[in-house]
Design a protein around this ligand. Structure first.
Ligand code: FRU
Length: 467
């Protein structure tokens, strides 16, 4: 854990030392959220309160590795430009000695209350506490301490509280691992946020048609959308199945009905959220306009991470763009929030045989491709998007191995929307029926170009993106 004064001194030194290299980094996103220095991972405590969106995030400001996490804090009134604040939570107490881990926020009596995991490691083991804190109007946070400690029957891996209110009671879901090393989501109920009653397992390996389904489930989120109760979670330890579960860890959801009286949750099959290379630990909030908005971490704690070329410049990782969720045909659709359209500059429309489209020199752009799409889009020989009548394939050259790797989605394709931001791509297929999010690193000493290949006519609209 940190001593406050010493931590702030180190943080300010890091910020001052790294601000030039971070700001000038060729790969630094122009409009996606990333940390001012150090390592960023999960979005935490998403909430829209009094016209302000709060985005807290897992942050190791002192190094580009995981480890001692604080809660970074940003706010925005339009989901486009963000103000950064000093960390909301730093580990200073025994009950959070090894990090203030992920969690959520809820507004109670007009005040934002934060619910997070105090991560505690000791020789030969670990445990966790679910802790409360309140965010005051002046931006200061007051810690209220632990309210749930690790339940019997589970290992020390119990974390990531997501809290909500339903018919006068507060509920919280937690990601957990049972003593047989099976991933679960457990839940609790309270009428005051302080005293919690354990309700058991809401979902997990062995429930609702799941056999063994991962050794740990992280970052659960439960919400009602269009009458359905949707549970998001991140199972770890799934074996790859054809094009599914191709990343080291997964992020996905099930759709079902939660019975608060019998405390049982009936749900359908697991569906992956994003078929790209870099997506994990998404969290949602309902905003003051009633939209269900999701932000994910465009990263994964895998072996590529320690080879990110940005680390030498003092930062690593970014978030996805904020996305609105809707339910269609028993699937979650994800679309970039409309607010991002203010970034569109210099609209260009082209209807042409793909091969005849001149190459574009854009690294921060939005493209919409329609028509009988049968083409290949080549981003500087680092990313290739291949589209035919039945499949979209996203290939990228891995920066660690220099080898091509690919991910694909099968289905018929009507429209593709592509968001590019220097070192990230988000590909929305059929208005968000499927999404692929990935980082990529094109050589910074060569010019970056986008070319279109194919003998059929495509309809292309594109914009440069800037503030
Ligand atoms: C997911 C996760 C969470 C944990 C946090 C720590 O990426 O492992 O389970 O709370 O990151 O940073």
């Amino acid at each position: 854990m940190y001593k406050k004064e010493e931590f702030y001194q180190n943080l300010i030194t890091k910020l001052l030392n790294n601000s030039c290299t971070v700001g000038a980094d060729y790969y630094r996103p122009q409009w996606h959220v990333s940390a001012p220095t150090g390592l960023l991972n999960d979005p935490n405590g998403l909430i829209h309160h009094k016209g302000n969106y709060h985005l807290f995030y897992q942050w190791n400001p002192l190094s580009c590795r995981h480890g001692m996490k604080v809660w970074g804090h940003m706010t925005s009134n339009d989901l486009v430009s963000w103000n950064h604040y000093f960390p909301a939570l730093i580990p200073e107490e025994e009950y959070e000695s090894h990090g203030c881990y992920s969690g959520s926020a809820i507004v109670v009596n007009d005040q934002v209350t934060l619910f997070y995991t105090g991560n505690v490691k000791f020789k030969g083991g670990r445990t966790s506490y679910q802790c409360l804190a309140t965010l005051k109007d002046d931006g200061d946070v007051q810690k209220l301490g632990p309210v749930i400690s690790a339940p019997n029957g589970y290992t020390g891996h119990v974390r990531d509280p997501k809290v909500w209110l339903h018919e006068g009671y507060f509920y919280v879901v937690l990601g957990a691992q049972d003593i047989y090393k099976q991933g679960k989501v457990i839940w609790y109920r309270s009428n005051d946020l302080t005293n919690w009653q354990f309700l058991g397992e809401l979902a997990g390996s062995g429930h609702n048609g799941f056999g063994k389904f991962g050794y740990m489930w992280e970052c659960p989120d439960l919400f009602n959308l269009e009458g359905k109760d949707i549970l998001l979670f991140c199972p770890q330890g799934l074996e790859k199945e054809n094009e599914h579960f191709a990343n080291l860890f997964q992020a996905g959801y099930v759709i079902g009905a939660l019975n608060y009286h019998t405390k049982s949750y009936q749900h359908g099959a697991f569906q992956e959220f994003d078929l790209g290379f870099d997506f994990y630990a998404p969290q949602t909030m309902e905003d003051e306009y009633g939209r269900r908005i999701l932000i994910g971490w465009m990263g994964l704690p895998d072996e590529n991470e320690s080879y990110h070329p940005t680390i030498k410049n003092g930062w690593v990782h970014q978030m996805t763009c904020p996305r609105v969720l809707t339910l269609k045909n028993n699937k979650l659709y994800q679309q970039p929030v409309k607010e991002l359209e203010v970034l569109r500059k210099n609209e260009t429309k082209i209807i042409s045989i793909a091969n005849d489209i001149p190459s574009l020199q854009l690294r921060c752009a939005e493209m919409i491709v329609e028509g009988g799409i049968n083409c290949q889009i080549n981003l500087s020989d680092i990313v290739l998007i291949h589209v035919d009548n039945t499949e979209v394939t996203l290939k990228r050259k891995n920066w660690r191995t220099n080898l091509w790797e690919s991910r694909s989605w099968q289905g018929s394709i009507e429209i593709l929307q592509i968001l590019l931001d220097h070192s990230s791509i988000e590909l929305f297929i059929n208005n968000g029926e499927a999404v692929m999010s990935s980082r990529f690193f094109s050589p910074c000493n060569e010019s970056f170009y986008i070319t279109f290949e194919g003998s059929e006519v495509i309809h292309l609209t594109y914009w440069e993106l800037s503030y």
